[in-house]
Design a protein around this ligand. Structure first.
Ligand code: PEP
Ligand code: MG
Length: 324
């Protein structure tokens, strides 16, 4: 198996009829980085920066953050590393920054927290940009964007940090600034967001949770959490079509990208980049290399008009069985 993976790592992610897709990884710890490189990842589609914050008993300083970010950027250079600004709140609580709410997933989460605490946001983006000096492979991504004003406010802060660093003598380039589409309101504003952002990445875990109003971590309702729900599939198609129409690349970094059936449907929809856990990457690459994009389209056409998630899951399952 080890040799098999090694062999696969060097091959491109391309369907048998020549459609190229980029496969990236989701990271959090340095351990993920080594595994990802061994498996031939083409960059990082989502670095969950809250992971190093969760492992500490206080906020890491700007300098401590710079070191952490530098390690990731250096390991992947010249491949892109997409760093998401702190996404705490919801299910991710920092012991040293308690947030108590009755409805945390609809509360103070992600960009809402860091825009209310610009000092946290600024220290983080300064550390990221300092770390990118001489490498220039940094991309910054904003979580939980629910409207244009949050993107505008974030861009102002990133630009301010960039100007200050230039004045301090750092030789850096302004990193691309991207938006996660994971809140339903963002689906209906994809055009406006895509016109103002440098890239879009779909967070299908939260998007599914919020579209279906099903807590992603509640086992009691796990049976109705369907990433292949017709409403979710329509939203996913709408996002990529709209973003492409304004000439912007679209990736996805939710778990769906790491599932063979999900990956096939996403490729059929036109997603340019799939970002996943390194564990799933070889299997997804093997799946995509085994199919024709044309067949993926046929599967998508078959399921996109189905009325319930269970039927879609069955159709996808039998397709996967057919291709072995
Ligand atoms: C998502 O919501 O799909 C996502 C990739 O982010 P997280 O799982 O960290 O919320
Ligand atoms: Mg999310």
């Amino acid at each position: 198996l080890a040799r098999n993976l090694d062999h696969l790592a060097k091959l491109p992610a391309v369907t048998s009829d020549g459609h190229r897709v980029r496969l990236l990884v989701n990271t959090g710890l340095m351990a993920d980085v080594v595994r990802s490189l061994e498996r031939g990842a083409e960059g990082v589609g989502l670095f969950r920066t809250e992971v190093p914050f969760l492992l500490r008993d206080r906020f890491p300083s700007e300098e401590e953050q710079r070191e952490i970010y530098r390690e990731q950027l250096e390991a992947f250079a010249p491949l892109p590393v997409t760093m998401r600004t702190l996404d705490i709140g919801g299910d991710k609580a920092l012991a040293y920054f308690p947030i108590e709410e009755t409805n945390p997933f609809l509360g103070w989460r992600g960009i809402r927290v860091t825009l209310d605490h610009p000092e946290i946001f600024l220290a983080q983006v300064r550390a990221m940009m300092k770390a990118s000096q001489g490498l220039n492979n940094l991309r910054i991504m904003l979580p939980m964007i629910s409207g244009l004003n949050e993107l505008e406010a974030s861009r102002k802060l990133v630009e301010r940090a960039y100007r200050e660093l230039l004045e301090e003598g750092y030789e850096i380039v302004m990193p691309p600034l991207g938006v996660m589409v994971e809140v339903p309101s963002a689906v209906y504003q994809v055009r406006e967001l895509a016109e103002r952002a440098d890239f879009i990445s779909v967070g299908s875990n939260d998007l599914t949770q919020y579209l279906l109003a099903v807590d992603r971590n509640n086992s009691r309702v796990a049976n109705i959490y369907h990433a292949l729900h017709p409403a979710v599939l329509r939203a996913l198609q709408e996002i990529v079509t709209t973003a492409h129409s304004v000439g912007i690349e679209v990736g996805i970094c939710g778990e769906l990208a790491g599932e063979p059936g999900g990956a096939i449907l996403l490729v059929a929809m036109g997603y340019d980049m799939l970002s996943m856990n390194a564990t799933n990457l070889p299997r997804i690459k093997a799946t995509l290399r085994a199919i024709r994009q044309e067949d993926a389209h046929l599967l998508l056409q078959q399921v996109i008009h189905m009325h319930c998630a269970e039927d879609i899951e069955k159709a996808v399952h039998s397709y996967l069985k057919k291709i072995g």
